[in-house]
Design a protein around this ligand. Structure first.
Ligand SMILES: C[S@@+](CC[C@H](N)C(=O)[O-])C[C@H]1O[C@@H](n2cnc3c(N)ncnc32)[C@H](O)[C@@H]1O
Length: 504
């Protein structure tokens, strides 16, 4: 299915001029008008009486876009009521003007408009409303919600975090707290259209949120912006975003519309109807939300569906590097010397190759820890190392390298791996070179990278996500590793040989 709808061109948004620091504290990134209309266009119901909630309304771009959307309805709605929450007094001034403008637009079309501007903390107020609703059900609910909620980590133990927990909401970020609360404030079938980072789709931090949200809401449509950093380019937000529409229902829809575009101008929207089980695998305890947007993505899933082993089947584990450098500054040394052990940072792994030491580089090359410090050191051996953050110049998210003792000076017994690295090991020690070579090639296969991106929405490569990948049997990886030997195949060669060994 392909849509003729144009994709927003994303002009700069209207926002109060605030210092970056303050904007970040408020999680304040305003939606440009065209994008706001795109998000409001996700509502599917022609309501006679709109009861909209806009949480974290900013200057009101989303409410205005929803009003315009409703006024295009045939027949027109009879009434439009909006409750808009905004905590920032500077934004409230703009919001008031926008609500006045909405009233004018509605009056021109004979629609009765009313608004309730709440210059208050949405989380506090919503928790209060939910408590009141317990005693007087349906005291205040909505049949539509729209949000571009603030994005900021919620620190565990903070007052808000504790209040949310007490209400049964485990939130690691303000945006998931907003979505959880909104899902509770909607009537049955009430729709929520929102733009949020796609980080909630995977990872342990959002597990409880996914379970909670999916038990209450059914996705109708998801739109994935294919490239980073274009949406709020004027606001310098480095996040991958999705727009979605979900409705209040405890059971998922059978099918869901998934669309994508690159975010670039003139790129048409591509859209397909997919069974829900392709988005969330039935019985997946993690409830990962796969976003198989393009044909390439689907093909990657299909190719990997034949691979069903786990990391545990290989008797391997993946962990993050033990050395958190600022905690052991006094042990770090620029150059290796007697009594020190090689220390590896991401900069020591380039394009799959190990480049150590780098005496001219900015990072230390050695750690002077006593050998008893097993909390810092690992025994010398062959490991597969994957950076946690991909380097800017690297197109792929997963870049795996083999760290082998043959690349180290004779006599080295221990190593340090810095915390920005993940490493595959066998019960804390290294493992056979052929298996490591095959495993690194498998991880460097483009198909694995494409598959990984579908459930990894941020730029980080977490050990948890690597654990969730399917792995070929040891026999296949060893044969692949033996075939590669000490050569360094390029990407084209890796993409050619890996399937011949791993998809048999
Ligand atoms: C990402 S901005 C989006 C603004 C607007 N929805 C838009 O799309 O342009 C989030 C807004 O939420 C507001 N905000 C942050 N925390 C809030 C809270 N606890 N209650 C109400 N508003 C809040 C911020 O001031 C900011 O204006």
């Amino acid at each position: 299915m392909s849509r003729s709808a144009t994709v927003p061109k994303l002009p700069p948004s209207i926002a109060p001029a605030r210092p970056e620091e303050e904007k970040r504290t408020l999680g304040q990134f305003f939606t440009p008008p065209e994008l706001a209309e795109f998000i409001a266009g996700f509502f599917t119901r022609d309501l006679r009486d709109w009861r909209l909630i806009d949480a974290g309304a900013g200057a009101g771009a989303l409410t205005l876009a929803t009003v315009k959307h409703a006024l295009r309805q045939q027949p027109r709605p009879a009434t439009f009521h909006v409750t808009a929450y905004e905590i920032d007094p500077a934004a409230v001034v703009l919001l008031r003007q926008t609500l006045d403008h909405c009233a004018t637009l509605c009056a021109e079309e004979g629609v009765a408009f009313s608004s309730d501007l709440r210059a208050e903390d949405f989380i506090d107020q919503a928790l209060g409303t939910l408590e009141r609703n317990l005693f007087s059900p349906k005291a205040e609910t909505f049949n539509a919600a729209i949000a571009n909620p603030p994005y900021r980590k919620l620190s565990t133990g903070s007052l808000q975090h504790r209040r949310l927990c007490a209400a049964g909401i485990e939130a690691s970020n303000l945006y998931s707290a907003f979505l959880s609360l909104l899902s509770r404030l909607l009537d049955a079938e009430g729709e929520l259209s929102a733009i949020v980072p796609r980080s909630f789709c995977n990872g342990p931090y959002f597990r409880s949120f996914r379970r909670d949200f999916l038990s209450r809401m059914a996705f109708r449509r998801l739109h994935v912006f294919g490239s980073r950093n274009t949406l709020f380019s004027a606001e310098a937000v480095l996040q991958e975003n999705i727009v979605f529409c979900a409705y209040r229902s405890p059971t998922p829809a059978n099918q869901i519309e998934v669309s994508t575009n690159s975010g670039a101008e003139d790129d048409p929207l591509r859209s397909q109807l997919l069974p829900w089980r392709e988005i969330v695998t039935p019985d997946d305890p993690e409830q990962f939300i796969h976003l198989p947007a393009s044909a390439g993505d689907r093909s990657a899933r299909q190719q990997l569906s034949a691979i069903t082993g786990t990391l545990a089947d290989l008797d391997l584990t993946v962990s993050t590097g033990k050395v958190v450098d600022f905690r052991v500054r006094d042990l770090l040394q620029r150059e290796a010397a007697p009594g020190t052990h090689p220390l590896f940072y991401p900069c020591h792994f380039r394009g799959g190759l190990v480049v150590w030491p780098q005496p001219e580089g900015r990072k230390p090359n050695a750690i002077a820890a006593p050998v008893e410090r097993t909390d810092l050191l690992i025994p010398v051996g062959t490991y597969v190392v994957v950076r946690r953050f991909s380097a800017k110049e690297e197109k792929k998210r997963i870049v795996a390298s083999v760290l082998s003792p043959t690349r180290l000076p004779h006599g080295v017994r221990w190593l340090g791996l810095e915390n920005h690295l993940n490493y595959f090991h066998c019960h804390g020690a290294g493992f056979a070179t052929a298996l490591a070579t095959g495993l690194a090639a498998f991880l460097n296969w483009s198909v694995v990278d494409t598959f990984f991106r579908q459930f990894n929405g941020h730029t980080q490569v977490n050990a948890t996500d690597l654990r969730r990948l399917p792995y070929p049997p040891a026999k296949a990886l060893i044969a692949l590793g033996e075939h590669i030997g000490s050569t360094s195949p390029d990407q084209i060669e890796i993409d050619r040989i890996v399937p011949t060994f791993c998809q048999r």
